[in-house]
Design a protein around this ligand. Structure first.
Ligand code: GLN
Ligand code: ZN
Length: 757
């Protein structure tokens, strides 16, 4: 084996698996039909890899929903609350999505990617038991290909670390002794799959975050054991998205066979080369970017490989992707409408296979076929055009960023006095986060417009009517600060990306977000600027319908970055800064058009945090500065709002304060008021609306429970500092829930005000 990929996407290039799953859930197709689709996809994906000349091909990277969920099934780590479901398939999907009597398991992001996994719920009392049937049948299927196979599994430490406990004890690593015998049994069972060697890839990505000595000693125990279970088993331990130098130091002294390391996002892995060279381990060099869409710079990759080979013997090196290709779209072959120059700069999963193969051949001195020679020439040409194209570099943008003199706003304490005078909103002012229900009619109108079935005029008329009714509804129920509802937006990032220079969009660039859900992230390929106002017409129209303040609604640079494919030819912080200027211009236009409360959503601020603790100060520094650049150009009386999702803010509350927004709305309801403690102990300067109910659930919160919640808030924050709002946008909810929920919220504020008189 010389070349490898760490894993391949599974949803299908036409989202076949998504469609089959959703039909199955609606009982439109049978389980056999779903399985047939799955089998066809696996075969197709294996063949893509085989045909591209990849030497070692993964199995068990396929999943009907998620690999962590599959691992729970493999180990029998099924939460007891699902044990009453007899049927295996029904149980599997109930864990993933919930059913009439079971709430779904929690989902969270896979490290710093936009893929969500199902969080295992573990407890000491779980009765574990191995079920390797899925692997056995996939192995048999793939065996027919006649190539070296590699069985993908989640390693024991990462499985435990990325899980949560639902019994009293919180520490999942305490379950190590319970799980290790199962992993041992697993390896010894898998050893029987082949008369010759069996390759197992254990993903241990949690070793790329900052890690402690306890995990490292468990790592040693685990792989000492697993590496010596069976003669014919070769174990690869894979990490990705960052370096894992601490773990490598440990693993070189265990009986595993290989280490797969990320040399795209983990440059520091270079420091491990000596230790690897001094061991007998093979090094799988992740050199083709597994999570971004840009073409590989093949000559640069060869230089890196050469450097590595000066330390690690060439015979012990293998060439592959930095991570699973799960995080990129399938293939460029459907991108008929994409600009051909931009397209030449891109490489999706299928194209990356060719890159791995060509780099592998060049590095090991194998002869290229004529086709491969052509591809190499194309790659050179595209890299050159990407470096020099005027569509990538915009000198005006660069000069502006370079010559900008930052002037901070007047202090918050002074601004807020003027703002209160100007707007005169009451203490415990009520508002919402921005979006209102994206109903079936709204989505249908958008589809019809895009397909050319209704005219632009008709479409706009429809959106204006939706907006109008939403404004009237908010007035009627007595909210203090209103929003326009965001009906014209498909997505809070795409909407802006489509109107900014430097962004491109694919037609079919789908990436699995979770289960059957896919997203199509924008591609930021060049310097960003804003040719024209993006939101002014809509907000101005909405403001014309009411005397109450109407919030202008924008998305901030860090969030636009987090949910896009970002160019890799300059630091992310530079791209972010350019976006900051574009949004700054939008704010200025809104202000000139009489909009004087402006919300800049940084929903993804927390998820943008780096994996390694040592990188946090740098990130916080530029991310905060970008928010300040975005928002500092306004009058003292113009009120800047922001909104953030996710609840774990306790460690970063001072960073958020430094962003200096006048008002922040924030998610708290799911975290069981954890956040409130920090207001009490550390304090927070600006005004804040900790969400008083959870919009992620269809449940309508009662007046009483929101009164209780507001009173809890009032124990830690003075009423003048508090806003009352839901904890996120309402676009995924229906009006049937939104109407009574917001009415109850306003009513709850009335009750509290009355009680406090
Ligand atoms: N303004 C956006 C909305 O309400 C914010 C969404 C979000 O935080 N994800 O939809
Ligand atoms: Zn939110």
């Amino acid at each position: 084996m010389k070349s490898y990929v760490l894993g391949f996407p599974r949803i299908g290039e036409q989202r076949e698996l998504k469609k089959a799953l959703e039909s199955y859930w609606k009982e439109q197709i049978s389980l056999q039909q779903l399985e047939a689709t799955a089998k066809e996809l696996r075969t197709r994906h294996w063949n893509y890899q085989k045909d591209a000349g990849i030497d070692c091909i993964s199995i068990n990277d396929f999943s009907y929903y998620d690999i962590m969920l599959d691992t729970m099934f493999l180990l029998g780590a099924v939460p007891s609350r699902f044990k009453d479901i007899e049927d295996k398939t029904a149980r599997y999907f109930a864990m993933a999505r919930g059913d009439k009597t079971h709430t779904a398991m929690e989902m969270t992001k896979w490290l710093n990617s936009n893929y969500h996994y199902i969080v295992p719920e573990l407890s000491e009392s779980d009765e574990l038991g191995l079920d390797i049937s899925k692997i056995v049948s996939e192995y048999a299927e793939a065996k027919e290909l006649g190539v070296q196979l590699k069985i993908n599994l989640i390693g024991i430490i990462s499985f435990l670390k990325l899980a949560k406990r639902v019994d009293v004890e919180k520490d999942t690593l305490k379950l190590f002794d319970k799980f290790l015998p199962l992993y041992v049994e697993l390896v010894s069972e898998l050893a029987k799959l082949d008369s010759e060697k069996v390759v197992i890839q254990f993903d241990e990505p949690s070793f790329v975050t900052s890690i402690g000595s306890e995990e490292l000693s468990l790592l040693k125990i685990a792989y000492d054991k697993l590496g010596s279970v069976a003669e014919n088993v070769k174990i690869v331990v894979a990490t990705y998205f960052q370096h894992s130098v601490e773990a490598t130091k440990v693993l070189v002294n265990t009986p595993i066979s290989s280490l797969a390391l990320d040399f795209v996002y983990g440059e520091k892995n270079m420091e491990s080369l000596e230790a690897i060279a001094n061991s007998d381990k093979k090094l799988l060099v992740g050199i083709v970017d597994g999570r971004n869409i840009w073409i590989n710079d093949i000559s640069k990759s060869l230089e890196t490989l050469k450097k590595i080979s000066e330390v690690v013997p060439r015979e012990r090196m293998r060439i592959g992707t930095s991570s699973s290709l799960l995080h990129v779209p399938y293939t460029l072959k459907y991108e008929a409408k994409m600009d051909s120059e931009i397209k030449s700069w891109l490489s999706y999963a299928v194209e990356k296979l060719d890159e791995v193969n060509i780099i592998n051949k060049l590095f090991f001195g194998l002869e290229l076929s004529p086709q491969e020679t052509d591809k190499l020439a194309e790659n050179k040409k595209a890299n050159h055009s990407r470096r020099t194209s005027t569509r990538v570099r915009d000198e005006a943008v660069r000069n502006r960023v370079a010559n900008f003199q930052f002037e901070p706003r007047k202090s918050f304490e002074d601004r807020i006095v003027e703002q209160h005078k100007k707007f005169n909103y009451p203490p415990l002012a009520t508002t919402t986060i921005g979006s209102f229900p994206q109903t079936a009619e709204v989505r249908k109108a958008r589809r019809d417009f895009k397909a050319g079935n209704i005219s632009e005029e008709k479409y706009i008329e429809f959106l204006r009517e939706e907006t109008k009714q939403t404004v009237q509804f908010q007035e009627k129920i007595g909210l203090d600060v209103l929003v326009h509802g965001e009906f014209e937006r498909n997505d809070m990032v795409e909407y802006f990306g489509e109107q900014l220079n430097g962004f491109a969009f694919s037609q079919n660039g789908w990436v699995q977000s979770y289960g059957s859900r896919c997203v199509k992230p924008p591609h930021i390929y060049g310097d960003v600027s804003r040719p024209e106002p993006m939101t002014v017409e809509w907000i101005r129209y909405a403001q014309s319908l009411t005397e109450k303040p109407m919030k202008g609604m924008l998305t901030g640079p860090v969030t636009i970055l987090a949910w896009s494919f970002v160019r890799d030819d300059q630091p992310r912080s530079e791209t972010s800064r350019q976006i900051a200027f574009a949004i700054r211009d939008e704010i200025s236009d809104l202000e000139q058009n009489g909009i004087e409360m402006i919300q800049v959503d940084e929903a993804a601020f927390k998820e943008g945090y780096p994996l390694r603790a040592e990188d946090i100060p740098t990130y916080e520094n530029w991310a905060v500065q970008d928010f300040l650049v975005t928002t500092s150009g306004v009058k003292d009386t113009t009120q800047i709002h922001t909104h953030m999702c996710y609840s774990e803010f306790n460690d970063i509350i001072k960073t958020i304060e430094a962003m200096d927004a006048d008002v922040i709305s924030i998610e708290t309801s799911r975290s069981g008021n954890e956040l409130l403690k920090v207001f009490e102990t550390v304090g927070y300067k600006q005004e804040v609306g900790p969400g008083v109910y959870d919009i992620h659930s269809p449940r309508v919160p009662s007046v009483e429970e929101m009164v209780t919640q507001i009173e809890l808030l009032l124990e830690v924050l003075p009423e003048r500092q508090l806003w009352i709002n839901p904890d996120c946008g309402l676009k995924t909810r229906g009006w049937a829930e939104v109407e009574p929920s917001l009415k109850n919220m306003v009513e709850a504020v009335k009750v509290v005000r009355e009680k406090r008189k």
